[in-house]
Design a protein around this ligand. Structure first.
Ligand code: NOJ
Ligand code: CA
Length: 793
């Protein structure tokens, strides 16, 4: 080792010791001269100060601490940390009040109203060490941009390359050019032992049930919580949790820590700092950002000019306010696509639940011990007889979906390779191009289009992101050739390149690459097992869905109340393809090893309104809907894109009741898209358009031009294991107008709780005249719910 390198290494080691010593010495209170930023309504105040060279922020609501003074900064590779020796050299403030219109969403207009503070921090020349001597005569500059809304705070770190001319001589460059994070040191020091709904921190899966506990109970409950989910498991700490982390204080504030616009950066988890002896956290309860490392252990490779994602702290006075918050979307950039005419909401069915429930299989044959694509010859293989994606079965689903006014049909298991797709660490599992011998891709697409249905493509990557990228252009082109305009992608298993996790910077970049490439092909994307969303669908609205949480595929393993938590957590970043609509939740009736799911038919109906997604599935088999077509009518009638949403009552882990008003201009958009295909049916009418315009069964899309829309609302409710009676005031209806309501409720003896009283398919449907003065008394069974469609007469 050369002498100067050795000395430098020694200096760096000493600097680390210095930092370690400081690590637990965050400022106890903000200094009197701290900068103050207030929310537009003045209720929230954020303070910022550099204390002993370390940037700190705090957040108060109405004078009460929400976030106690918390440190900010980074540990870097090859140079001193961005966490000490700071001098505040500049600050500026501004504000914004604008309204924007999402391409699809929970409402047609969103207000973006905040006050902003931008601080410029400098580590002066000579105050820090770097291995890169070419930059030692330049100041090390980091800016922090804070945006304070009425419902929360967002802040991000920014690294300019050219330093601001207001302060620096012309052409002064930052000492930070290309730099690597070893750790992000952002802290969130919480003022109390709040109740939290959390899933364990994990680099590879978010498919967990939530644990509700005090912050102090995270470590004691960690092991149990970690067993309560999917695979693969890659935990990093016994007090690590994922975001969005929903909390409730004993004073009734609802706090939520998350992030927005995570691009070219690792995902942020949170680690509750603990006393190393007692394993119990010290008050204050301090979470530190914990980024998902790449295969080499780095947590962000940066090139100035650049910035981190936004770190967010939502502060609401009620649970319904959390559901109403648009903080995450607002912190994302506006839509970058010039033409969004090809993007549309989708209500779909799928050859899917058959495989998930165990009735049929993704594979075509049992002939091969393993498959080598390009060598394995399927043409003479013996079919198992159990392959779901066969021509006859797909036609059966197309017929049913078309008859009931759906937009699309997903088919999984259509392409060769499924015989050893899972857990084999194979890099080349699928080519995304070659159908099995019993799946006639051109003919099935033609058949579907002639009936007004689009097929949804399925690309299971088997977590081999490298292989998917190799085939992506060809795969998307094949979709264009046959008129597919949406893809469900998947990332099951251990990520390839090996040693990457699902949420590291390079793999987050892969998910984003798939979205941007798909946009070039006018393809909408619904990714499963990809990183949980952070509002990027505002910028790229072709990202119409994501799974990224425990969804219906987990069947009986899903805890009661799970779906009353997800809208507070996972859905804050964007819609979820939860795949509701299970009408036969006793899976033992499908396969002998099946078990009973915690749900009722009415609970399933309630999900179409309480869960927002522009992509909604009716996941069960046609033959499971046939006996219950009167209840199925609600799934046919419900819209999936809204101009107004009202969160009537909610409590995470307990219940949610939501009312929504459909957006007219997207009601029949999917059908219009099919009509543009040469083989597409021209006069299709979606179920929701039919309901809103009160058109009879024989009506076609042509009738829309002359029909008048009725004022329509849909209301949905869901509960956990507790039966509940709720009173729903319909005061959102227009005064003086009479409406017809169709009310789908759990029958008196219904129960979605597995066991002797299990009776998930018992419901009653009543029709009733209602007005804005009506208050509906409704009962939800254990694990039950309700749904209501309301149309002005
Ligand atoms: C897991 C996905 O979440 C599920 O929806 C899909 O059917 C399987 N992977 C196979 O791709
Ligand atoms: Ca999944």
């Amino acid at each position: 080792m050369k002498a100067h390198v050795f000395l430098m290494t020694l200096c760096m080691a000493l600097a680390c010791v210095h930092l370690q010593a400081q690590a637990n010495s965050r400022a106890e209170r903000m200094p009197h001269d701290a900068l103050v930023l207030a929310s537009p309504d003045g209720q929230l105040t954020m303070q910022f100060a550099v204390v002993d060279g370390v940037p700190h922020y705090s957040l108060n609501r109405s004078g009460k601490a929400v976030i106690l003074p918390s440190r900010m900064g980074f540990e870097l590779e090859w140079r001193d940390d961005l966490a000490h020796a700071y001098v505040l050299v500049d600050s500026s403030s501004s504000s914004c009040d604008e309204t924007w219109q999402p391409v699809w969403g929970e409402e047609s207009r969103i207000r973006n109203h905040y006050n902003e503070l931008l601080v410029t921090l400098e580590q002066p020349v000579g105050s820090v060490e770097s291995m890169d001597h070419s930059t030692e005569n330049r100041p090390t500059v980091m800016q922090i941009r804070f945006r304070l809304y009425n419902d929360g705070l967002g802040f991000r770190y920014e690294f300019p390359d050219l330093l601001p001319s207001t302060r620096y001589a012309a052409k002064t460059y930052n000492a930070l050019v290309c730099f690597w994070f070893k750790e992000e040191l952002t802290e969130f020091a919480l003022a109390g032992d709040h109740t939290a709904w959390w899933i364990p921190g994990d680099y590879d899966t978010q498919e967990y049930n939530y644990t509700e506990s005090r912050l102090s109970q995270i470590a004691p409950l960690f092991e149990a919580s970690h067993k309560n989910g999917g695979w693969p498991w890659t935990a990093f700490s016994n007090s690590g949790v994922q975001t969005a982390l929903q909390m409730r204080t004993d004073d009734g504030l609802y706090l939520n820590i998350h992030e927005a616009a995570t691009l070219d950066y690792p995902t942020m988890h949170l680690n509750l700092m603990q006393d190393s002896n007692s394993r119990v956290p010290n008050p204050p309860f301090v979470f530190r950002a914990w980024l998902c490392p790449d295969a080499a252990g780095y947590k962000g490779r940066m090139q100035a000019p650049c910035h981190t994602p936004w770190r967010t702290v939502m502060v609401c006075t009620s649970a319904t306010e959390v559901l109403r918050s648009r903080l995450i979307l607002n912190l994302n950039d506006p839509c970058v696509l010039d033409d969004v005419s090809w993007i549309h909401p989708v209500k779909y069915m799928g050859v899917w639940w058959e495989m998930i429930s165990g009735k049929s299989s993704w594979c075509y044959t049992n002939d091969f011990p393993s498959v080598r694509l390009g060598e394995t010859d399927y043409s003479h293989a013996t079919p198992t007889g159990n392959h779901g994606a066969n021509n006859a079965n797909v036609r059966r689903y197309i017929d049913f979906a078309a008859k009931h006014g759906f937009d699309a049909l997903l088919i999984e298991g259509w392409n060769i390779g499924w015989e050893d797709w899972y857990g084999k660490q194979k890099e080349f599992v699928f080519d995304f191009l070659t159908p099995y011998p019993d799946f006639d891709l051109p003919a099935l697409n033609r058949y579907a289009h002639e009936k007004g249905i689009r097929l949804i493509m399925h690309h299971e990557s088997s977590a081999s992101t490298v292989n998917y990228e190799r085939w992506m252009e060809k795969a998307y082109s094949l979709m264009n050739q046959y008129g597919y305009d949406a893809v469900k992608s998947g990332y099951v298993g251990t990520i390839i390149p090996y040693a990457e996790g699902h949420y590291s910077q390079p793999i987050n970049n892969h998910y984003h690459y798939a979205i941007t490439e798909a946009a070039k092909h006018h393809i909408m994307v619904n990714a499963h097992e990809a990183v949980r969303p952070t509002g990027l669908c505002r910028t790229w609205p072709n990202m119409i869905g994501n799974e990224s949480a425990m969804g219906t595929e987990f069947r009986e393993r899903i805890n009661p109340g799970h779906t009353t938590i997800l809208p507070f957590t996972r859905l804050q970043g964007g819609p979820m393809d939860y795949t509701p609509g299970i009408f036969e939740p006793d899976i033992s009736k499908i396969v002998p090893w099946g078990k009973q799911m915690h749900t009722t038919i009415c609970n399933q109906l309630g999900l179409y309104v309480t869960f927002y997604s522009p992509l909604q599935m009716a996941a069960d088999f046609p033959e499971h809907y046939e006996p219950y077509l009167d209840a199925f009518q609600f799934i046919k009638d419900v819209a999936v894109d809204w101009d107004t949403s009202i969160y009537l009552m909610a409590e995470p882990g307990d219940y949610i009741v939501t009312a929504r008003h459909p957006k007219l201009n997207s009601l029949n958009k999917a059908a219009e898209g099919v009509a543009t295909l040469s083989d597409g049916k021209k006069d299709m009418l979606s179920g929701a358009a039919r309901y809103v315009y009160a058109l009879p069964a024989e009506a076609t899309a042509r009738d829309l031009a002359t029909a008048t829309p009725h004022d329509v609302w849909y209301v949905g409710g869901i509960t956990d294991e507790n039966a509940r009676e709720v009173t729903v005031p319909l005061n959102f209806l227009q005064p003086g107008v009479t409406y017809d309501a169709v009310i789908y409720t759990d029958a008196k003896d219904a129960s979605g709780m597995p066991g002797d009283a299990y009776n998930p398919q018992a419901y009653t449907i009543t029709t009733k005249r209602v007005t804005a003065k009506t208050k509906l008394k409704l009962r939800m069974a254990p694990c039950g719910g309700f749904a209501i469609s309301i149309r002005a007469r």
